[in-house]
Design a binder for this molecule. Structure first.
Ligand SMILES: C[S@@+](CC[C@H](N)C(=O)[O-])C[C@H]1O[C@@H](n2cnc3c(N)ncnc32)[C@H](O)[C@@H]1O
Length: 199
């Protein structure tokens, strides 16, 4: 699929995207679950976070509200529009730009964290995108990827993503994410957070 088609497809999703519990974080239980997960994994605020494929900005705004300095990028202008509106409503000072996460227009060696949820699996060349993402990190920085191999058959298994990330970082750890509170429902498929640290 060409980039214009991908953009159009996600633009069309933007208006209803937040209806899923893990997308909109509208339910306080889901919101608290993601907040707890991310604050356990991320270095303390005001760490600088690049949220790549940020969608409607739910995670970015959640982190900005806790004092993180977040820059979000998404290919879909409609997603970015919604993310900016969400930040404005929350009074959060994160920034959002339209761009291709495969080659983000962000300064290298400038972020404490590169965060991405449910994006790597859909990129045309995830290995080269991940190389660029790691280059955005400062020494001691952290790559945080929330991914899964969903019951639909789409996605990346833990082993597949670990194989892609391991050559790029100094250490990798994976936390399974089976908890219903994160997803707003019980799940049986493979969902996880992979954390890669560089020296
Ligand atoms: C499943 S959504 C996840 C959104 C957000 N990360 C979240 O977890 O709520 C995937 C997002 O990735 C974006 N996306 C897909 N390919 C992209 C690319 N090459 N560059 C930037 N964003 C992309 C889509 O526009 C969409 O907003």
């Amino acid at each position: 699929m060409c980039m214009d088609d991908v953009r159009r497809e996600w633009d069309a999703e933007a208006d209803t995207f937040d209806l899923e519990a893990d997308h909109g974080l509208l339910d306080p239980i889901s919101r608290a679950a993601w907040s707890d997960l991310l604050t356990r994994i991320l270095p303390p605020a005001p760490a600088r976070v690049a949220d790549l494929g940020c969608g409607t900005g739910s995670l970015a705004v959640l982190l900005a509200e806790q004092g993180y300095a977040v820059s979000g990028i998404d290919l879909s202008p409609r997603m970015v529009e919604r993310a900016r509106a969400k930040a404005a409503t929350a009074g959060a000072s994160c920034t959002f730009d339209v761009g291709d996460a495969s080659s983000p227009q962000l300064a290298e060696s400038s972020y404490d964290v590169v965060l991405s949820r449910h994006v790597v699996w859909a990129l045309p060349d995830p290995a080269s995108a991940l190389r660029r993402w790691v280059a955005l990190l400062v020494p001691g920085g952290r790559l945080v990827l929330v991914e899964g191999r969903w019951s639909t058959g789409a996605g990346l298994t833990t082993d597949e993503l670990t194989a892609l990330v391991s050559p790029l970082v100094d250490s990798v750890r994976v936390t399974p994410l089976p908890h219903a509170a994160l997803w707003g429902k019980d799940i049986t498929d493979e969902r996880y957070c992979l954390v890669g640290d560089i020296g």
